[in-house]
Ligand binder design. Structure first.
Ligand SMILES: NC(=O)c1ccc[n+]([C@@H]2O[C@H](COP(=O)([O-])OP(=O)(O)OC[C@H]3O[C@@H](n4cnc5c(N)ncnc54)[C@H](O)[C@@H]3O)[C@@H](O)[C@H]2O)c1
Ligand SMILES: O=c1ccn([C@@H]2O[C@H](COP(=O)(O)OP(=O)(O)O[C@H]3O[C@H](CO)[C@@H](O)[C@H](O)[C@H]3O)[C@@H](O)[C@H]2O)c(=O)[nH]1
Length: 441
């Protein structure tokens, strides 16, 4: 196989997974990050992020000498055949993509490359960014290079599986030489490769995330209708998903999408459209539905209790989804803020993401050491992240621990019949509410 020297810039989710994966298929990889603490941890064999299977693969390739870490761009870029850019592209206040980190890396590239190199952009960047990078570098260096867009589609929590068993690898290149090199480098993954031009590759990333977010907001709107019309969204989504043209995935109704990508990428695409005088009406509605959806459980609790003042609420789950410690744009933060604003006392618990929750949540929020401790004596429970350890909690357990048991389930984790039998007041999303007391009268 074609083994190359690769520099990966950034050791966040994407950089670290990319570096580990490229070393696993036989390339020699140097990951560079400006964060000295992160690099020190990585050199000690410790992954700074929680991601199933990542640590083991990282250690294996580090010990085999195929993977190394540094804070020096000069060292990382020396002799590199390819430089992968995997730094963050967060959103500015106005929703546009903040390209500060990309710009800084590109300046480093101009300073340190000495021979032909392919610059591979993994970060999600607005359409046209790679052409700006190319034009900038042409003015700054005599060294030959190509710029390729190679967007990343991994999901947090299943990043390794997505990388080795993904649906496609997209390569956007303007020269045949760069496209072929990238194709050969990626061949060992055994995943279908789709080659296109640079701008289309950039757009594929935004369009994919926007489409998935649209599916989620769509099913959440259907869920609202189901509640009003006494239908069950789970059955509706299942019935829809059986049609292969629709597909069963991403039709899970709940408290909206969060995370480091969908919120920022949908906002960025609205801005990208605006820049070319197109109002992306559909996507704006998707974002608006998500805003409401993240506040849904608090609204339901307000309706149930009348006022939340003084109510003790157990908040189960703070991560934006299970199997990650990532709290970026998590619905839990919105919920915690709304509850505190309404005068409730919040006690939160998460198996993995609590350290970050302590930074993100309002100061008034307390934290418990276990789900049981959070639930004990609370007026109500909010199920916010569908961790496996929450899914296995029995209805009777809620009845035993909560004062007058009320459960607001933002992820439809429990069986309606079981909740009815246990005598809970149970509210989920897009399914009939179970009102224990009313039924007993
Ligand atoms: N997180 C995901 O699941 C995911 C999936 C697909 C695509 N993406 C995209 O990939 C990109 C990276 O996302 P992430 O979540 O890994 O980001 P992140 O913010 O978690 O990590 C970025 C890393 O880059 C480092 N960095 C910043 N400037 C640097 C520089 N000049 N030189 C070296 N290192 C530098 C930071 O210290 C940080 O460790 C974003 O554009 C994101 O939209 C993310
Ligand atoms: O049916 C569903 C599926 C997901 N979600 C929510 O949507 C958000 C995002 O979930 P997911 O897509 O699994 O996680 P991410 O790690 O954010 O991955 C998305 O964002 C990445 C960054 O761009 C892309 O690479 C991935 O392909 C894309 O799935 C989470 O809050 C989920 O709870 C739902 O509410 N209903």
């Amino acid at each position: 196989m074609l083994s190359k020297n690769i520099a990966v810039v950034g050791t966040g989710y994407v950089g670290l997974v990319t570096g580990v994966a490229l070393s696993e298929i036989g390339h020699t990889v140097t990951c560079v990050d400006v964060d000295e603490e992160k690099v020190a941890l990585l050199k000690d064999g410790v992954s700074p992020i929680y991601e199933p299977e990542l640590s083991e693969l990282m250690k294996k390739n580090y010990e085999a000498g195929r993977l190394s870490f540094t804070t020096s761009h000069r060292i990382a870029f020396a002799g590199a055949d390819a430089i992968y850019i995997a730094v963050g592209t967060p959103q500015n206040e106005d929703g546009t993509a903040d390209l500060r980190f990309i710009e800084s890396v590109v300046r480093n590239i101009a300073d340190y490359i000495t021979k032909y190199v392919v610059i591979v952009t993994k970060s999600t960047v607005p359409v046209g960014t790679n052409h700006h990078i190319k034009r900038y570098l042409e003015g700054e260096t005599e060294v030959p290079f190509d710029v390729v867009s190679n967007p990343e589609f991994l999901r947090e929590g299943s990043a390794i599986q997505d990388t080795f068993d993904g649906d496609r690898i997209v390569i956007g290149a303007d020269t045949e030489m760069a496209a072929t090199l990238l194709e050969e480098m990626n061949e060992p993954f055994g995943i279908p490769i789709f080659k296109t031009d640079v701008r289309s590759a950039e757009m594929i990333k935004y369009a994919s995330n926007a489409f998935l977010a649209t599916k989620i907001s769509f099913v959440n709107e259907i869920a609202t209708l189901c509640e009003k019309l006494e239908a069950n969204v789970e059955d509706v989504a299942h019935g829809m998903g059986l049609d292969k043209r629709i597909g069963e995935k991403f039709l899970q109704a709940g408290i909206g999408y969060g995370g480091s990508c969908f919120p920022k990428d949908t906002n960025a695409l609205v801005q990208i459209a605006g820049n070319v005088e197109h109002e992306f009406t559909l996507l704006k509605a998707v974002i608006e539905v998500n805003y409401k959806q993240q506040r849904l459980l608090v609204e339901k609790a307000k309706q149930h209790f009348g006022s939340l003042r003084g109510k003790r609420i157990a908040l189960l789950g703070t991560a934006f989804k299970p199997n990650t410690d990532d709290m970026r744009e998590a619905a839990s933060t919105v919920i915690a803020e709304e509850l505190v604003l309404a005068g409730a006392q919040v006690v939160a618990y998460d198996p993995i993401a609590m350290a970050q929750a302590k930074v993100e949540f309002p100061e008034a929020v307390n934290f418990a050491e276990s789900a049981e401790a959070a639930l004990d004596g609370a007026d109500a429970a909010f199920l916010v992240t569908e961790w496996e350890e929450f899914k296995v909690i029995k209805a009777n357990h809620y009845v035993k621990l909560l004062k007058k048991p009320v459960l607001f389930d933002g992820r439809n984790c429990y069986n309606l019949e079981e909740m009815k039998r246990a005598g809970l007041d149970y509210y989920s999303v897009g399914r009939p509410a179970v009102r224990a007391e009313r039924e007993m009268v």
